[in-house]
Design a protein around this ligand. Structure first.
Ligand SMILES: Nc1ncnc2c1ncn2[C@@H]1O[C@H](COP(=O)(O)OP(=O)(O)OP(=O)(O)O)[C@@H](O)[C@H]1O
Ligand SMILES: [Mg+2]
Length: 386
């Protein structure tokens, strides 16, 4: 590849001479010259030569101005300044501004000029190699950090799993005793005063809540062995919606569905119901003033070559949304913004664990005040073509 050299020098004859000498000394050199410094700067920016040989003293823009303009535009081209003899200070000024080298006019020509050009080109290549290496190292480092973070997260989850299933079993037994005791007291104290009954109800509610947290912990720590059967997503969705309406009145909430009837998935019915329930509850809780939940099912091809497809269940709400900085934390067990409303922060962690066990995934996109879109991804087993 020819080395393109741009000579910027207001003395036309001198510039022409330099061009001729350069092309004689190395037939790989392709020199071009411009006598107007502003035009030279424009040409350098537009044509990006490999080397610039620039005179120092010129009307309008001086050599130093040209160099500064190039640096300002973040253009790194080996820049060699041509100075008059005896002006070392000028050369030093140029080097400080980022010039690669300098040559003394009328002295350094022919092979000396070639040596300076080659030295500058080497310096440039080394600099670029170093920069490339630095970027590669920093990319590798951030990748390593990311993997390390994922590893810590999965270790944390595993440790939490073992720990929580241990305590959950320990706590479950005394809770069962307390619940039994409450039921016994309810029977024996059936004629008690309103206050006593109220206290009993409060104790019972709190105990049931503790029990449901423990159940949640157990599900998260050790999801029961999945029983895979062929299912139609719309059937599980409709059943879950019915269950939800029974559990909580959907005040001012409209539910729209759009099902692709041809989908079949191989999944554990109870577990997928649990996933849907947790996500739908979040959607309902994000719309205290009401809104719309849209549930869509469909398929898409993940791999054009193999034709491998997935099934998706999209649950979109028009609720309060989730801020971007919270998105990475959603699957952390016990991450909740509903502590005051008795949220435990296990809903999405359980959903994610279940979907991981199904070789699926859970994707969440959200915009504050606009709403949230949760996508459940599951491997597609078959398209029913009856
Ligand atoms: N659809 C949604 N709209 C707005 N925020 C959401 C939505 N889904 C999840 N979130 C946010 O993610 C957090 C974690 O959700 P997750 O379901 O894991 O726990 P939770 O709902 O707080 O408690 P619970 O264990 O009762 O489900 C919520 O506290 C909430 O801030
Ligand atoms: Mg929840």
């Amino acid at each position: 590849m020819p080395v393109k050299i741009l000579i910027i020098d207001d003395e036309k004859d001198h510039a022409f001479l330099t061009k001729t000498i350069l092309e004689q000394v190395d037939n790989n050199y392709q020199a071009d010259f411009v006598s107007d410094s502003r035009e030279g700067l424009k040409k350098a920016i537009e044509e990006r030569p490999h080397v610039i040989l620039c005179d120092y003293r010129m009307p309008d823009l001086t050599g130093l101005d040209v160099l500064r303009e190039l640096r300002k535009a973040e253009i790194d081209i080996p820049f060699i300044v041509v100075t008059a003899s005896g002006s070392e200070k000028v050369a030093v000024d140029f080097m400080k501004e980022g010039a690669y080298d300098y040559v003394v006019k009328d002295v350094a020509y022919g092979e000396t000029l070639q040596a300076v050009i080659e030295k500058s080109l080497d310096k440039y290549r080394m600099k670029k190699d170093k920069e490339r290496l630095e970027t590669e190292v920093s990319e590798a480092y951030s990748k390593l950090k990311e993997t390390q973070k994922e590893l810590i997260q999965s270790e944390k989850l595993a440790a939490l799993g073992t720990f929580s299933s241990g305590i959950a079993h320990e706590v479950k037994n005394p809770l069962a005793v307390i619940l039994g005791g409450i039921e016994f007291l309810e029977l024996t104290l059936s004629n008690a005063s309103g206050d006593t009954k109220m206290a009993m109800t409060k104790i019972k509610e709190a105990t049931l809540r503790a029990d449901s947290i423990i159940q949640g912990l157990l599900k998260f720590a050790k999801p029961s062995e999945a029983e895979f059967t062929l299912l139609k997503p719309e059937d599980i969705i409709n059943e879950t919606l019915a269950l939800m309406k029974y559990r909580c009145p959907l005040k001012n909430i409209e539910i729209k569905t759009e099902f692709d009837q041809d989908i079949g998935i191989n999944a554990d019915k109870n577990q997928i119901q649990q996933v849907l329930f947790n996500i739908l509850m979040n959607a309902v809780e994000s719309m205290p003033q009401g809104g719309t939940i849209t549930i869509t099912t469909g398929t898409w091809i993940n791999d054009q070559n193999t034709g491998q497809s997935s099934c998706f269940i999209k649950i979109k709400d028009t609720g309060q949304g989730i801020s971007q900085d919270m998105l990475p934390k959603l699957f952390e067990p016990f991450f909740t913004t509903k502590r005051d409303k008795k949220g435990t922060g296990l809903g999405l962690s359980i959903a994610k664990t279940i979907l991981d066990n199904h070789n699926g995934n859970l994707l969440i996109e959200s915009k504050i005040s606009k709403g949230t879109e949760v996508r459940i991804i599951l491997p597609l087993t078959r398209k029913n073509k009856e």
